[in-house]
Structure formats: C-alpha cells, structure tokens
Design a protein around this ligand. Structure first.
Ligand code: OOG
Length: 262
C-alpha cells in the first residue's frame, strides 16, 4: 500500500502542476503499487486541497473514459470518475481564455442535474432516471496534468480524471422527453463536423454510466446528492483546442450551444 505521505506528495504535485501550468510524468512508473483504490483517495485529498486553497465547493461529478473508443484510445479497461467544483463552471456566450490551460481538449457531454440523492444500497438505471431533475447539453474541457495525456488508469484517477472546466447549455429538458440510446450528437470545430455519434456510445446509455459511478461512490462511503451536476462522459474523442477556435455541440431533442476560445 502506498504510504500516506507519498499519497499526500502526489496530490500536492498534481495541485501545483495545474496551478503552475506545468505537465508532469505519470506516477505508476515510480510507484507501481499505486492502485485504483488508492488513486481515488489521492483524488479526494486533491479535491480537499483545491476547495480550501481556491475557496470553492463541490458542484457535482464527472465520468471519464465511458466509451469503448475512448478506453481503447487511452489504453484503459474501465471508466473513471472525478469531482466538479463550482469554480470550474464557465458559461456559453462568454469567450474562454486558454491562458490557464496546459494543453486542454474539449468534449461534448450530456449533463444530468439531480433532484434526489443516489443513496443505494444499489443504484439502478430506474433510480437514476427517477432522481434526475433535468438533462442539459454540456461540453467539458479536460487538461491532463500528465505529459501528452500519457497516463494509466490510476494516474488519471489521481488527477481528478483530467477535469478542468465545464459549460452547460441553457435549456433544461425532462429525461422523459429524451431517447437516451438513440439521441444523435453532432460536434463541430470551426464550422466543420469533427464527430457524429449517439448517446448509446456512453456505455450503452448515459444513465447506465451514472449507475456505475453512483455504486462506486457508495462503496467508498459517498453518494451523489440532490442538486449536483453529473457529466456522463464524452460521446466522442476529445478535440485539441487553440486560440480563436469555436466548438458547437448539437443534440437531437436537446438544445445546442457554441463556445469560443481567446
Ligand atoms: C481522461 C478523461 C476523459 C471523458 O469524458 O472520457 C473524459 C482523459 O482522456 O484525459 O473526461
């Protein structure tokens, strides 16, 4: 088991890598004993540090690596989750400065906002649907603290699943009005289509991906709470971004929106 002081050191290194915009080498080479479970503990330490230092609070959760394509691309075999903080939220229509990022990428996502806790003992798809207040189009900006996004599953978990910022659309939709398997998604970069896909790319159904996370949280003595946002995972591969780039996401039956980087 990785010693507590090493866990603390890793969370400190990750915290400062983000703050100073410096990428770092993945940890598993140096600490092969870094397990998935310990990586979630390191993530919790990192989040406590960020909440304290940045005077912010938890606003929700994000799933990562939920699509087979993405798992294959990153060489991992299961999804991961991370924590969203209030100071990570940006708004459509406001240009986004690339200044704080190391090498950010952007992904289209379906966000669920909860009206009930997902307390278990076992959370099912029906529980997720019943607990959902509304569904809304979203984009996530990921910015791995590791060189060239080169990591193993425990590394990326410790790094809060590469989370950096998130943007929610403006129109709320009832989950009853949406086909969570067949809903189509078009993602455009600078007016050109870069990906088309359906909601089923997220573990067959994004609500199923949420059950995976909700049950994992319960096994760690935590739970999704009413009022929290959940980003259910990217539907496509992440796109690199630069100054002056514009991205548009549009979902069948959900509103779409655009963001521009400066
Ligand atoms: C890990 C996070 C990926 C998603 O939705 O798949 C992610 C990464 O690729 O850096 O957020």
């Amino acid at each position: 088991m990785l010693k507590v002081d090493v866990q603390e050191e890793i969370s400190n290194i990750l915290f400062h890598a983000e703050k100073n915009r410096t990428d770092i080498k993945k940890f598993v080479d140096q600490y092969p004993e870094l397990t998935i479970d310990v990586a979630y503990t390191i993530q919790e330490r990192l989040i406590e540090k960020k909440c304290f230092e940045e005077k912010t609070e938890i606003s929700g959760w994000k799933l990562g690596l939920t699509s087979k394509a993405k798992q294959r691309m990153m060489g991992v075999h299961e999804p991961s989750y991370g924590v969203l903080l209030q100071n990570m939220e940006l708004h459509p229509g406001e240009p986004i400065s690339i200044a704080p990022f190391i090498h950010a990428k952007i992904e289209p996502e379906i966000a669920f906002v909860m009206k009930k806790d997902l307390g278990g003992p076992v959370v099912t798809v029906a529980d997720v649907l019943d607990a959902t207040d509304y569904v809304i189009a979203a984009m996530e900006i990921i910015d791995s603290r590791y060189e060239n996004f080169n990591f193993t599953l425990p590394d990326v978990i410790a790094d809060n699943s590469s989370s950096s910022r998130y943007i929610l659309g403006t129109k709320k939709h009832s989950v009853k009005d949406i086909d969570l398997e067949r809903m189509g998604c078009v993602f455009k970069k600078n007016g050109q289509v870069c990906a088309t896909t359906t909601a089923a790319s997220i573990m067959g159904n994004p609500a199923r991906a949420i059950t995976w996370m909700a049950n994992k949280l319960i096994s760690r003595g935590k739970k999704v709470q009413a009022g929290e946002i959940i980003l259910s995972g990217a539907l496509t591969g992440a796109e690199t971004l630069q100054k002056d780039d514009t991205f548009l996401v549009r979902f069948d039956g959900l509103d779409g929106f655009e963001v521009t980087f400066t």
